[in-house]
Design a protein around this ligand. Structure first.
Ligand SMILES: Nc1nc2c(ncn2[C@@H]2O[C@H](COP(=O)(O)OP(=O)(O)OP(=O)(O)O)[C@@H](O)[C@H]2O)c(=O)[nH]1
Ligand SMILES: [Mg+2]
Length: 196
């Protein structure tokens, strides 16, 4: 279990990124997939990251320092149609610049609403991540909304549509019900070589 979680800062411009003093895990995904909810639920916090049913809610990179050992970074979501063009371009510049900057990335969590069909934007994200050659794991969220059988069917759709390799970690979770976190914790332990 995590003992100490600190909100460090919100970043709107690449110049304001904190020093890469700790290994970093960034959470990427479509707007409304549950990135901020994941931070709260996984770290067992109530209102650390702001959650909203309004898509496009998180507009900055938000850095959380966990047990003074690693950063968990909440990113703004993509794919929200109502976002003005300038905001979307700013998103691209910020996220691309961040992911390409010389930091100590140890993992990306790509989070999806398991009920949604992956689309071209999701495929573009996967291509970009593969091109950067960064380690990533899939989090398929909101499993509380589906039956066991539906979960399996949807999972297979994601694997096929996003061309996920066989050995890639895929976690089935519900941030609402706090389901599926234990395997993620074990995985992080391995990735970060921590005793958490
Ligand atoms: N049923 C269900 N709803 C969830 C779950 N996780 C998140 N939600 C809901 O989904 C909505 C979006 O959650 P957020 O965590 O704000 O999503 P986000 O990915 O941070 O969105 P942006 O900040 O807009 O990019 C909220 O209404 C949450 O309550 C889940 O596991 N199950
Ligand atoms: Mg958010």
């Amino acid at each position: 279990m995590f003992k100490r979680v600190e909100f460090l800062k919100s970043v709107y411009r690449l110049e304001d990124l904190p020093l890469p003093e700790y290994p970093e895990i960034a959470i990427l995904g479509r707007s409304n997939a549950g990135k901020s909810s994941f931070i709260n639920a996984f770290l067992n916090q109530k209102k650390l990251a702001k959650v909203s049913s309004t898509p496009g809610f998180t507009q900055s990179l938000n850095f959380f320092l966990v047990d003074r050992k690693f950063y968990l970074v909440d990113l703004p979501g993509y794919g929200y149609a109502k976002v003005p063009k300038e905001v979307y371009e700013n998103w691209q510049i910020l996220i691309e610049g961040y992911l390409k900057s010389p930091r100590d990335f140890c993992l990306l969590f790509l989070i999806f609403d398991i009920r949604r069909e992956p689309d071209e934007l999701d495929q573009t994200l996967l291509k970009f991540i593969s091109y950067l050659n960064m380690p990533y794991a899939l989090l398929l969220n909101k499993i509380d909304m589906l039956s066991k059988r539906e979960i399996e069917i949807h999972k297979e759709k994601f694997i096929k549509s996003l061309k996920i390799p066989k050995n890639r970690e895929i976690f089935l979770i519900s941030c609402k019900e706090k389901i599926g976190f234990e395997p993620i914790r074990a995985f992080l332990k391995k990735v970060l070589k921590l005793s958490i």
